[in-house]
Design a protein around this ligand. Structure first.
Ligand SMILES: NC(=O)c1ccc[n+]([C@@H]2O[C@H](COP(=O)([O-])OP(=O)(O)OC[C@H]3O[C@@H](n4cnc5c(N)ncnc54)[C@H](OP(=O)(O)O)[C@@H]3O)[C@@H](O)[C@H]2O)c1
Length: 335
């Protein structure tokens, strides 16, 4: 194979927000796949807040990316040559292919996707990891009941927007928290009953106003003050879903936890964390349902696509400044 790969390796462990010198951009020839391997031309790379955590040398649900290793990322690509009987040239595949243009892999972590059934970026969005995160986090842990109030932080993002729409489908009253008037307008367009702009409103007071009987389910993507506010007005038997805490990912000081956790005791509440990978055996039950809701127009997905692998370092930062409007994806080749 005469192709050339470009890739981003982790060069240093970031302190605070990742900076350009934390990466090294490398060029290399693409090697021929060996027996049992396949070569994939990567088309779309998923940019996820979790990538920031994978850069830390800290115990987590997955080992950290090592210095000098290709940055870990979920991606979608097309098989260009295969010596693995499970894959053929032309197949579209999704999995942890990394921030690069080509990957040569044994294929064990890859799944095939049907390019004819849905636009490819959807497999990184509502029909991929973020959609599954919203589905299992909300339904398995949150167990929302019709008429209950569900509050979602990071609501205009990839996970939050899907979680909010599923809560609406389940007959709940849904309040979303997002940064800025444009994102709040988007939430109302998606059918959220109310939207709170945390950049211009007092989140606690606004949450109280929109959840007069208390918060039955809080789907938390942000942590920090927003989690503290939700705990303060938790309803009896309220459930808090710890999906993420993006407000803390670049903290240079120790992470600040909620000081009012005894609200769980008073209200007979629960606060439960989860990782979407724990549900991998059950993805098959969620995907047809998500696809059905998309088909019948009840679930909308929005992708924010940035062009060019060279823009990876700057694009990743958009997740932390809130510049992404929808699931952030890097397109590195024409599909
Ligand atoms: N548990 C799991 O298995 C799992 C799986 C996937 C994702 N997650 C978590 O889910 C969360 C959302 O991920 P996503 O992929 O859907 O990202 P996203 O919401 O599409 O993008 C990140 C958004 O976070 C908001 N944000 C950034 N910094 C913030 C801050 N300091 N305070 C408040 N909001 C801030 C920004 O929106 P605004 O403009 O509204 O501020 C930004 O657009 C993350 O915490 C992620 O780690 C967890």
């Amino acid at each position: 194979m005469s192709a050339t790969n470009h890739k981003f390796e982790l060069a240093a462990r970031p302190v605070g927000l990742p900076k350009p010198s934390d990466w090294s951009f490398k060029e290399e020839p693409v090697r021929e796949p060996g027996e049992g391997e396949l070569a994939v031309r990567i088309l779309y790379i998923s940019l996820d807040p979790a990538m920031r955590g994978w850069m830390n040398d800290r115990r987590s649900y997955i080992p950290p990316v090592q210095i000098g290793e290709v940055m870990r990322a979920l991606a979608l690509g097309r098989v260009v040559s295969s010596r693995n009987p499970k894959f053929a040239a032309g197949d579209h595949v999704y999995g942890p292919l990394g921030v690069q243009e080509y990957a040569v892999t044994n294929g064990r972590a890859l799944v095939k996707v049907d390019a004819a059934a849905a636009p490819l970026p959807l497999y990184l969005s509502a029909l991929g990891m973020p959609g599954l995160t919203a589905y299992f986090g909300l339904l398995d842990i949150g167990r929302p009941q019709p008429g209950e109030t569900v509050v979602i932080s990071g609501a205009a993002g990839a996970v939050g927007a899907v979680a909010g729409q599923i809560a609406r489908i389940k007959g709940c009253r849904v309040v979303g928290i997002a940064g800025g008037p444009q994102k709040c307008t988007y939430l109302r367009e998606l059918g959220f009953d109310a939207a709170i702009d945390y950049k211009s409103e007092n989140v606690y007071r606004a949450m109280l106003q929109h959840s007069p009987k208390g918060v039955d389910v809080f789907f938390d993507n942000v942590g920090g003050d927003q989690l503290e506010a939700a705990l303060s007005i938790l309803a009896r038997n309220g459930r808090i879903i710890i999906c993420g805490a993006i407000s803390q990912y670049n903290a240079t000081m120790p992470m600040k936890g909620p000081s009012n956790y005894l609200s769980l005791l008073v209200n007979h509440g629960t606060m439960t964390g989860f990782v979407v990978g724990d549900y991998v055996q059950r993805w098959g039950e969620a995907l047809p349902e998500l696809a059905g809701w998309i088909r019948d127009g009840r679930l909308k997905s929005r992708e924010h696509i940035v062009e060019g692998i060279e823009n990876f370092p700057a694009a990743l930062l958009m997740l932390f400044s809130g510049e992404n409007h929808g699931k952030l994806i890097l397109r590195v080749a024409e599909p």
